[in-house]
Design a protein around this ligand. Structure first.
Ligand SMILES: [Zn+2]
Length: 328
């Protein structure tokens, strides 16, 4: 079995960020939107640094206007993701990009994404759940709108709430209202932290937002007490090594702290974040981890079990995916 065929669970995937470049180019052409500046000669996305990445990302989202566009996007992403062996994925979706935070408008977009998920579960054997993310750099007031959208539309498909965006803007506590609202409604919680911020940001996020998982969380390795806390409390890290390497959140694969964190008992999982932007896939992540740390199929089975046990899904779905992982 190759790493491509190995069944996988992916918890950290931004829907728009996973858009295949060819899909976005095609959609832009249909709508006469000029996006030539965001692609390189090979047709991939091109950017200089994290700030520029955020603006290229927003430009790539421009052709995505209607619920129908999001139906097609979700399908394109799921087909690509499933082609790398992923059998269960969770994706970050944002009411800010889908109706500007208006609940009625959001509902139409969400229905379209959920329908695509249902269709791909049948055609491609991949299960998808949605996590509404507020966008940190849009501020706490806009985050409340995203949280309200999430609470009003949670259900079988929409199961979680989180936060993405520029980590160094605002403090976690500024968003406590939105996370409290989501938690009280029964949504599961995750938040990007410790990608750019240090251990203090990770600790503050845990204290203020009481999340079960952290997006990245890798900078926690600089504080051994915090590492122990993550291990003791079973805080699951959604680690995206290829993303960290390309965005220079770490110096390179060899110095990536994922192995150290895992050895210290922190539950770590593997994801691609925004795969075409970082020229990665789940297959490429596994191959790089194998090459760098010698991890093999036994290690990956353990990581995938950690991921599905931390997934924001119902028990029947979890049991079904666990069975598929173990039978491979
Ligand atoms: Zn992310």
């Amino acid at each position: 079995m190759t790493y491509r065929d190995l069944p996988k669970v992916e918890l950290h995937l931004h829907l728009e960020g996973a858009a295949p470049p060819a899909f976005i180019r095609g959609l832009a052409q249909e709508k006469n939107i000029d996006l030539s500046g965001i692609f390189d000669a090979d047709g991939g996305y091109v950017f200089r640094d994290f700030e520029h990445f955020l603006s290229v990302y927003e430009a790539a989202c421009e052709p995505l206007k209607s619920p129908e566009d999001f139906y097609r996007l979700t399908k394109a992403v799921l087909q690509e993701t499933a082609s790398h062996g992923v059998i269960y994925a969770e994706t970050f979706i944002s009411p800010d990009f889908c109706g500007g935070g208006d609940v009625a408008a959001w509902r139409d977009y969400l229905d379209a994404m959920a329908q695509a998920a249902t269709d791909c579960e049948t055609s491609d054997g991949i299960t998808l759940k949605g996590i509404v993310t507020c966008i940190r750099h849009e501020g706490p007031e806009q985050a409340k709108k995203a949280a309200k959208c999430a609470v009003e539309t949670m259900g079988d498909f929409l199961t979680g709430f989180g936060m993405a965006g520029a980590e160094m803007m605002h403090r976690p506590a500024d968003f406590a209202y939105s996370f409290d609202m989501a938690r009280e409604a029964g949504l599961a919680l995750t938040c990007h932290a410790g990608e750019w911020g240090g251990p203090d940001m990770v600790a503050e996020t845990l204290d203020a937002l009481k999340v079960a998982r952290l997006g990245h969380g890798i900078k926690a390795h600089r504080d051994l007490d915090l590492v122990k806390r993550l291990a003791d409390e079973g805080i699951v890290l959604e680690v995206c090594p290829g993303s960290n390497v390309v965005l220079k959140a770490v110096d390179g694969w060899v110095s990536h702290p994922i192995a150290k964190l895992r050895d210290a008992g922190v539950p770590v999982t593997i994801s691609t974040d925004d795969p075409p932007f970082f020229h990665t896939t789940m297959t490429a992540e596994y191959e790089a981890l194998n090459k760098t740390f010698g991890w093999d199929e036994t290690d990956f089975l353990e990581l995938n079990k950690t991921a599905i046990n931390a997934a924001f899904c119902d028990d029947a779905t979890r049991a079904g995916i666990l069975k598929r992982l173990e039978q491979a």
